[in-house]
Write a protein that binds this ligand. Structure first.
Ligand SMILES: [Zn+2]
Length: 447
């Protein structure tokens, strides 16, 4: 695989490229000539421990590894005291394996995750448990009913509508609206509700958006009015991503590139590069590799991008806002998880001196992946101020009583929403260079 692998392979907006890793794999191999593969007619069981190493022979070259599925006879690790690795634990551990072929393979982790998703969805008892067959009825009848109901739901998901008259709306693939579809049979509606309930506990589905909305709405009731923030870190300009790249220094994959790239990759594989603090000589300059190396690192080590994002949000952003936050937040409030919760007795996370926006009681946010494959957040910050809980009438009364000076609010907002450049001279110089470069390019184009 050369270093011009795509950073994000779903940019063509075709959903099948996201969910069908073998098509992607085939496309990648096509570039290297014809590949003849002979397959047997027997299907392999997906939910068997050996499947992972059978499906990914280049990633796991020997027949080892794989999760332990429930009710499955143990394939490896057969000793009494051998640990049991659940599909969830296996997926988490697999993403953190240090061998370069695991992280650098474009499809290995998506395949493992896709298997985990299907297994969790289909093998969770909650989904079909309430639908026991009638006593004495042939099993095939019940199975056929479910298959027909699922087919009909699929049709409704893409072609169906909700509401009537002026409120009639197409469902257009939104699974959160599927249980309300017009013309469902009672069985179909129950199935749609079961699926809706199940999905609230699975990552990456539409139902989570609803849950996030409910959580943020609840936060606004408890913590009062808020300001809305968006933070978009760029993984290609992040030294943290380079720091969190995990590769062994003698991994053969690091030597496959040309000289300059290999040199940098070996340097980045060290555990202390780049330095997070200033060196002993107290210089504040850290030499970073050029853009191309950073881009390759971000593309090859997606886990480093996610880890760097978490450090940025849970450590840097929380520190900027003056909020206590830990890796377990908000679950650290549960005494069984942590003895030292981040919230005080009154439910506030604010540090005594506040942060750059003043005192912040709490903030909540949701992660979204942009089309460049970089995670970013949208969130709400609850600033301690008169607008937090007061009505407009109460605020007006405070102004009349001269207890609140409106100018302080204007000044705060002018500072918070600052749109003029911090350094006008540098901006002029910047524009001058842009115009100059455009002119040079135009001239070379026509000469
Ligand atoms: Zn915490």
């Amino acid at each position: 695989m050369d270093n011009i692998r795509p950073k994000a392979f779903h940019l063509d907006k075709d959903i099948t490229t996201c969910i069908n890793p073998d098509v992607l794999r085939e496309g990648t191999l096509e570039r290297y000539g014809d590949l003849h593969i002979q397959t047997g007619g027997k299907f392999l069981p997906t939910w068997h421990t050996s499947y992972t190493s059978q499906a990914l022979p280049f990633v796991i070259p020997r027949m080892v590894s794989g999760p332990d599925y429930l009710n499955e006879q143990r394939w490896r690790r057969v000793y009494d005291d051998a640990p049991e690795v659940s599909p969830t634990e296996f997926m988490r551990g697999f993403a953190r394996r240090v061998e370069a072929q695991v992280a650098h393979d474009m499809t290995a982790i998506p395949i493992v995750r896709s298997n985990w998703f299907q297994y969790t969805l289909q093998k969770t008892g909650a989904f079909l448990a309430p639908y026991a067959a009638k006593r004495g009825e042939p099993e095939n009848n019940t199975a056929n009913e479910f298959i027909e109901a699922a087919k009909s739901l699929f049709k409704h998901l893409h072609k169906g509508t909700t509401g009537s008259g002026k409120q009639k709306m197409p469902i257009a693939g939104d699974t959160t609206r599927l249980p309300y579809a017009n013309g469902l049979t009672p069985l179909e509606r129950r199935l749609a509700w079961s699926m809706h309930f199940m999905c609230q506990n699975l990552p990456g589905v539409q139902q989570l958006r609803q849950l996030m909305g409910h959580a943020q709405f609840g936060a606004r009731i408890v913590y009062g009015d808020c300001i809305f923030i968006t933070v978009s870190p760029n993984s290609q300009h992040s030294a943290l991503v380079l720091r969190l790249c995990r590769t062994r220094r003698n991994d053969p994959s690091l030597s496959a590139d040309d000289g300059n790239m290999t040199e940098w990759l070996h340097k980045i594989a060290k555990k202390d590069f780049p330095l997070l603090e200033a060196s002993e000589k107290d210089t504040h300059e850290v030499m970073l590799p050029d853009y191309e190396v950073r881009r390759v690192c971000g593309a090859r080590e997606p886990l480093a991008v996610v880890d760097a994002y978490h450090v940025t949000m849970r450590l840097r952003l929380a520190r900027l806002l003056g909020v206590r936050m830990c890796p377990n937040c908000p679950r650290c409030n549960d005494a069984s998880i942590s003895k030292y919760p981040c919230q005080d007795k009154f439910g506030s996370n604010m540090m005594p001196m506040g942060g750059v926006l003043g005192g912040v009681d709490a903030f909540g946010s949701a992660t979204e992946f942009q089309s460049t494959n970089d995670p970013h957040i949208h969130g709400e910050v609850h600033i301690v101020c008169i607008y937090q809980f007061s009505t407009l009438e109460e605020i007006a009364n405070e102004i009349k009583k001269k207890l609140l000076d409106p100018k302080t609010v204007f000044d705060f907002n002018a500072w918070l929403h600052r749109e003029e450049p911090f350094n006008p001279t540098r901006l002029v110089v910047f524009f001058f260079f842009i115009i100059r470069n455009v002119c040079i390019n135009l001239v070379t184009l026509f000469l």
